[in-house]
Ligand binder design. Structure first.
Ligand SMILES: Nc1ncnc2c1ncn2[C@@H]1O[C@H](COP(=O)(O)OP(=O)(O)O)[C@@H](O)[C@H]1O
Ligand SMILES: [Mg+2]
Length: 247
């Protein structure tokens, strides 16, 4: 349902992504791990063209966007179509501070999908119920805990009915017990069949919840596989080194 082929990206002459290819099946939960600076965030951002890769192609559902190096208006139109299938959640929540939680979740469906206010409210209330925020839906983000803000950000992404959710270190800014609230929402989405790609430093979550783990190093996926197998018995020296530094 998502296929990336040969994604390459340089910044100022430094090759940050060295031709990454990845196929994701519907319903998979994939964790991406690897040392700081290896290109995890850049890769995630290239998957929905928040960053334009220098080369490569991404397909999500029936939308394919190829990067030819020269980005044209037509490519931006395709990228916009692709993004409508992709939900993204960041470490820093990124909620609109001057809107209530409910308004945060209603906004995109009304503005982008031209959904009526009544319908958007209905959808938003359902999603906020699902992530456990029904009781605080009329509060402003700064009145919520970090865990609640991140769950609101997930509900906001889900309101666009994405086929795949991308998370960039969704729990890195959170204390352990608040992380757990967020991770349990992600597990529940997995149980419902949502496709999810998660860049994470939480190895316990990566091991226990993922269908597949990708280890990235220096702009490449150097090892991927079943989490129990990889954590117990990493094949590549780089993976062994990385996992050892975490113990
Ligand atoms: N917009 C940018 N301009 C220049 N360099 C960047 C930019 N974004 C990322 N980089 C560089 O690319 C490398 C990979 O960054 P990133 O994808 O954020 O790594 P990770 O998420 O694995 O920590 C880093 O060396 C970072 O400094
Ligand atoms: Mg990062």
């Amino acid at each position: 349902m998502l296929k990336a082929t040969g994604i390459a990206k340089s910044f100022a002459g430094n090759e940050i992504l060295r031709g990454i290819s990845l196929e994701v099946e519907r319903g998979e939960l994939i964790s991406i791990i690897g040392p700081s600076g290896c290109g995890k965030s850049t890769f995630l951002r290239c998957l929905n063209f928040l960053e334009h890769p220098d080369a490569g192609e991404v397909r999500v559902e029936d939308v394919t966007v190829a990067s030819t190096g020269s980005w044209r208006r037509a490519d931006e139109v395709q990228a916009h179509r692709l993004r409508s299938h992709v939900g993204m959640v960041f470490q820093s929540f990124n909620l609109f501070p001057h809107r209530t939680v409910l308004e945060n979740v209603m906004l995109a469906p009304m503005q982008v999908k031209r959904m009526s206010e009544t319908q958007a409210k209905h959808v938003a209330c359902e999603l906020l119920e699902k992530v456990g925020l029904a009781a605080v839906k009329n509060r402003y983000p700064d009145r919520l805990s970090g865990g609640q803000q991140q769950r609101a950000a997930i509900a906001r992404a889900l309101a666009m009915k994405p086929s795949v959710m991308l998370y960039d270190e969704p729990t890195s800014a959170l204390d352990p017990e608040l992380s757990e609230e967020v991770l349990s929402v992600m597990r529940a989405l997995d149980a419902e069949g949502m496709t999810q790609l998660v860049v994470t430093h939480d190895m316990r979550f990566a091991r226990a919840a993922s269908d597949r783990v990708l280890f990235m190093e220096a702009g490449q996926i150097v090892e991927s596989g079943d989490p129990d197998v990889m954590f117990a018995n990493p094949r590549e020296a780089g993976t062994r080194r990385f996992l050892r530094t975490l113990l």
